[in-house]
Ligand binder design. Sequence first.
Ligand SMILES: [Zn+2]
Length: 511
Amino acid sequence: MTDLFGVSPEHTSLSETDSVALLDTTLRDGEQAPGISISPEGKVRVARELDRVGVETIEAGSACTGRSEREAIRRVVEADLDARVSSFARGIQEDIDLALDCGVDGIGLVVPASDRHIETKVGTSREEVIETTETLVAYARENGLWVEVMGEDGSRADLDFLTDLMATALDAGADRVCYCDTVGHASPEHTAEAISRLAALGPTSTHVHDDLGLAMANVLASIRAGAEAVHATVNGVGERAGNAALEEVAIGLTHCYDVATIDTEGLYSLADTVANVTGVALPPNKAVVGENAFAHESGIHTDGMLKDDAMYEPYPPELVGRERRLVLGKHTGRAGVRAALADHAIEASEEELGETVARVTELAERGKRVTDADLLAIHAEVQGRARDRRVELVDLTAAGGGPTPTASVRLRVDSEERVAAGTGSGPVDAAVTAVTEALGIADLHLESYHVDAITGGTDAVVTVEIEMSRGGRSVTVGASDADITRASVVAMVDAIDRLVSATDARVPTAD
Ligand SMILES: [Zn+2]
């Protein structure tokens, strides 16, 4: 297989199989992470995207958690997805009944596997665990459920007992058994040994955590030892250090081993949705989906990238639904600035280029991020001309108190004044609605929105940096103010002005 760079990566054989099934547990294990709570609407949104990329199973939650959780699981079931929808169930019949009540296709039946869990947590014995597992698997199967038995704390269990337990589960009719490294403590060697024992019995999946930073290594060890399915969460969200990350598993398997899992082109959108619904921002250096994963600043790198896309990237960003970004900073050279200006249809002379690079470097060395807007302003100044603004903020009033945050804006668009009001989930949201309303431009998209406090304290000045796009063009703009709503609107209006000014199109009338 040749990839989008037109090169054939050397693939190592990982196992006999050329595809591995993914069970996504973002909505269950991911939601168990401290501080995360996903609304039923959020769960349905994530589930739809997971279904679109083609995961085998979506673990939608734990039916035993409560009424609203069951409601959320039911809504995922009703979304009529191709993926199997399952619920987590503890080793008691009541949990299975609650899962059945939600209409799920299957359950992840968790039973204690290590003596620590059997004796100290549940207060039972190995014999009783085997007996209960047999009864419950049979019960769930009789009720038409797909059943995967998860041996909790399996990585710290006595391996002979774990093997007996899982053999019992499969004999009782379980569709698959799952090796769980619940506390993320195992080495790839131990993982391989445990999985090879279970895989000899029947279909086996692997569920690993990243406490040692070994989640991905343990996933690979599992597949090599015969696992046919992997549990993962989007962005690796999960308890403590999190789970194996869905996007890393998917891209790692296809890139290094030519093993298919899901449609990787949907990964970035999925990561973005999960970051939104969980409120857990992506670290900039996160593999595959972090902001910097396909960003290039350094002068030499940028120069190399402009000559050959593959120079400093393992695979093209399009493969995971992203775009390459050339970022301006203190390492930026002429090639980077020339390319960034060309993105805005500006062809700079050699002389202008030298002066613009010097000014960009100077700004970056003062610790400021250089946005597209900064670059365009610098270039305009170098050329000795002031920019004509087509869209300008005249006045902004926003009120966050009361049940419905509202905002009104007065804009000057070309030579006419426009006024509009909006409501939203907060004052920023309301102001953004008002601006959109005043302009009546439907094809504007807010691609990203970041807020940084420059100084501490409640009177901190905040910097809002946004990226907006229209058609094939995108622009990043930053604005600072003590008032976050004002900074957001100033940045947004500035971005819109640049996007509108880049075309000759008239701003539509706002009706
Ligand atoms: Zn887990």
